[in-house]
Design a protein around this ligand. Structure first.
Ligand code: GLO
Ligand code: MG
Length: 350
């Protein structure tokens, strides 16, 4: 048995190219246009922020939100697409400037909880039981401005509200150590899993591991994935790449460190990732320099690299690897892996 790989991404991965130092460089594509591109790029799953699914949801009643999401579900069905997860986008509202669940202001915390419940309604209407929590502003710029013990208590309370609101919902926490905040309270996979154990139903709290986020924490993404797999908590992934300790780059999978990417693919395959419906999610930005008409290549190329690495991994001689491990000839093992990564036929791009 091996991994079964289906791919997903979120509409924010097709974007206009703005960065903190310059404006947009590509035209905005409508959600409808983006939806039409998924299949051609090789993707069957759509990841949603709550407001990707239901724009302007703060102005709508819960019933209106559910009706809009139900209409979208029919549209996804027409397109042959599946909603993988919904993530409450808590970090753009003026009320959550200082965080949502961990904000010092009670009104901000109340808004965050209310919005999370609406996200769960949307997930239900879209036919998914998975909520992703990227805890974007659940941290601080100034350590003395928040109490880190209270912050964790508040995160647990928030998770409990969500778990209690819908007895079916599963929550995958997406840890990240920094950006937009200086210090983030749940920086790694270990923190996220431990947080889940403090809730009323740890069996419904898992993780979404993003390669770049692990690298930003100084950790190896495949080891983070192994840790989550050992806890049976790897419910989705955000594959990408990252060139060291810089801003969160969300580069094409494998583009910085092919061997690091290879080890993520190999581990997912070894532990039958996908056999229980888990998706291979990509969270990748096109380079700002990419012309508009070529600004979806990062997605197709990342999937391509994943599949090429899978092919390489499956072509390796496992008995030979076991023998090298047995004789502790790790130098030879190193060469064998490097040769595997080097000596493969080149595939022209489409
Ligand atoms: C940013 C995160 C972000 C989330 C997405 C889903 O660093 O990776 O892209 O994955 O908003 O919540
Ligand atoms: Mg992500």
């Amino acid at each position: 048995m091996a991994g079964i790989f289906r791919f997903s991404f979120g509409p924010w991965n097709i974007h206009e190219g703005a960065d903190p130092f310059g404006p947009t460089v590509r035209p905005t594509l409508s959600f409808e246009t983006k939806l039409g591109q998924y299949k051609a790029l090789g993707f069957d799953g759509v990841q949603f922020h709550d407001d990707d699914a239901v724009p302007n949801l703060n102005a709508l009643s819960p019933q209106q939100i559910i009706a809009a999401a139900t209409t979208l579900k029919a549209r996804l069905d027409d397109e042959g697409l599946t909603a993988e997860f919904v993530a409450p986008r808590l970090w753009e509202d003026p009320r959550t400037i200082d965080g949502g669940y961990t904000a010092n202001a009670p009104a901000a915390r109340a808004y965050a909880l209310e919005r999370s419940q609406r996200s769960i309604d949307i997930a239900r209407a879209l036919g998914t039981d998975l909520l992703v929590l990227w805890l974007a502003r659940e941290g601080t710029y100034v350590r003395e401005a928040k109490d880190s013990k209270v912050a964790v208590d508040r995160l647990v309370e928030a998770l409990n509200v969500m778990l209690d609101y819908d007895p079916q919902i599963r929550i995958a926490i997406e840890p990240k150590p920094n950006e937009p905040m200086d210090h983030t309270y749940i920086p790694t996979t270990g923190h996220a899993i431990a947080l889940g154990h403090l809730t009323i139903d740890p069996s419904r709290v898992g993780v979404n591991i993003e390669s770049a986020h692990a690298i930003l924490a100084g950790l190896d993404p495949s080891d983070e994935m192994g840790f989550a797999l050992a806890h049976d908590k790897l419910w989705t992934v955000h594959l990408n790449d990252q060139n060291g300790l810089k801003f969160d780059q969300d580069k094409t999978f494998g583009s910085v460190d092919l061997r690091r990417a290879f080890n993520q693919v190999r581990l997912l395959d070894a532990y039958h990732y996908g056999s229980r419906g888990e998706w291979v999610g990509l969270d990748i930005k096109a380079m700002r320099s990419q012309p508009a008409e070529l600004a979806t290549k990062h997605l197709a190329n990342s999937r391509h690299i994943f599949l090429r690495l899978l092919e390489i991994s499956r072509s390796l001689d496992d008995a030979h690897i076991a023998a090298l491990v047995g004789s502790r000839d790790y130098e030879e093992l190193e060469r064998y892996i490097l040769d595997g990564l080097l000596c493969t036929p080149r595939v022209p791009t489409a």
